[in-house]
Design a protein around this ligand. Sequence first.
Ligand code: SF4
Length: 721
Amino acid sequence: MTESTKTVCPYCGVGCGLEVSPPAQLGKATHRDSHGNPIWRVRGDKAHPSSQGMVCVKGATIAESLDKNRLHYPMVRDSLDREFRRVSWDEAFDIIVNRIQTLRLTTGSEAICMYGSGQFQTEDYYMAQKLLKGCLGTNNFDANSRLCMSSAVAGYIQSFGSDGPPCCYEDLELTDCAFLIGTNTAECHPIIFNRLEKYHKKNRKVKVIVVDPRRTPTAEAADLHLAIRPGTDIDLLNGIAHLLMRWNYIDTAFIDDCTSNFPAYAEVIRHYPPEVVARQCGISVEDLETAARYWGQSNRVLSLWSMGVNQSSEGTAKVRTIINLHLMTGQIGKPGAGPFSLTGQPNAMGGREAGGLSHLLPGYRVVKNPQHRAEVEEFWGLKPGQISPNPGMTAWDMITGLENGNVGLVWVAATNPAVSMPDLERTKKALLRSPFTIYQDAYYPTETAAYAHVLLPAAQWSEKTGVMTNSERMVTLGPAFRQPPGEAKPDWEIFAEVGRRLGYHKEFAFANSAEVYAEFVKLTGDRPCDMTGISHQLLQQSPTQWPHPQERGIEEVESRLSRIPLQGKRLYTNLRFHTPDGRARFGAYHSRGLAEPPDPNYPFVLTTGRLYGHWHTQTRTGRIEKICQMHPEPFVEIHPRDAAKLGITDSQWVEVRSRRGKARFPAKVTKAIAPGTVFVPMHWGALWAENAEANALTHPESCPDSLQPELKACAVQLVPV
Ligand code: SF4
């Protein structure tokens, strides 16, 4: 390859466009890593509509991670105390297929499960759904997106009748008031934040409100920072609604014409007067009133949220309570307004489209709906009733399934649960009990590889061609432009080969990923996420947003390329929703607080999160020098008042203990964290630091609707060491 390639960043849900140049093209200026290997040059793609040439440190340095610590060959071992031995793909496939066939004949397919990833391309996701939910007849496919944004999915479905963030990034530059709750956008979605910050600086009348117990870099840029107590989000949101109602900042015509269930909601918010709410949230009445005034006096309000809202035992209720504010003020379906969930993973959105959670089917369908099952069965050529009517195991169900012996085979791909799952000691014990674990990943070693019986080397970004959808529904093609190392294969090819060896030759007869994608988009026809007009061929010319039905085809993209400005597509501009009556539903929720509130024995609330440079469990970023220098070690943030009470000084080692485990960190004494709360970054697993795993402390209590665990908060005690 001699020319640069346009692709999409494989880290976060912002989905920035990248342009990658081969090392040889750079001549004398060739960059080299610390081992002297030439490094591909990466820069932002100025033509990409979502990122407009911007790129953060992760995207800019991605090429430095590509050749380090790669898994080259399939390997197997009979038990976890034995060494791995290299095998051919043939032998590895035989072992896997035999194991699957045996389980189908003995315990049934329900003993088989797969835990996938928002790092998958859509083609990988789709093949896995066809294999598990179609051919094997079990819905036991879940992804790490369960830990990331399943509350947003549930909230959108319950409020609007369908999943799908209704906004686009252009709204960041059209809003009068940006309301950011439970999102450290500056560090976790940096390019979205750059767009908002630039616009905010130019337009001082625009208000930015940030709700977060930490004074993050995002909060630093706000006009109003509400450092609420963890677990009081619904109090705050209902308190704002109470004031909007009291001050008559509500859109009665919109409520009457476009919504249902408002009386039940009005009855709930009556109980959230400002004095009570301010006390509960630990903020002043003035600040609460300012937030309500900013919201009520703005023509266009955009709310943004991510894990701080979703990772909660009342995550779906929180999402719906945010949406309620938009419904009561008519702030949806117009430029600069709407409830906008920011996805964490680069292709969590594509996973949702392809049915990549255990209660979903492709094309924004749900397992429980008989018509949806029948449509997919017919499309896949399966006999009626082949798809199980029962939602499959969620991520945490797989752990409990291993504990109680209901899981006979777990297949983990492109994710690292031995760092990212809650209650790690319990998670690891369960993984140790697994009768048969397949671990399919690009990298080796990882923490999870230690629990595998079979290792399958996966090709990764830059080595396989496939599609990802970002938070604003922008679909971008990521083409292969390098050879995978050793015998690594694209994930979708591995799933398809297992399907063929199980006897489903016709169902998995794909020559390339473009054919896989072409089949997948047919299943989105006449669905809210209609992508029937999108193909690899179209995406080679430009990224495109869905919905994009067949009839629009290539012309629209061509007109965009001829410099007609992109008009970002919004959902619900006609103010009709996907519910049976076409109305958006208010959800009426009282605040329940944290699943594990602090008490005299465990008096602090631990909250966890990400740092600007690192990505999740460091399988990539832990091998990039610049990022490791930026974030050399984990830490625990403690407020000076709490530190003084406990006699903790800056940099002193502190043991953080919860009911489930303990971990040690140097203290970072800072006013950036509210008193009574402590913060630990989640990136360090056992490979990177001893006893510094944030998830040794967290618990798996989950939202009853989304089944997303409350990774964001648990009760801890601090012991100086
Ligand atoms: Fe990649 Fe996200 Fe950074 Fe964009 S903001 S370059 S998608 S990590």
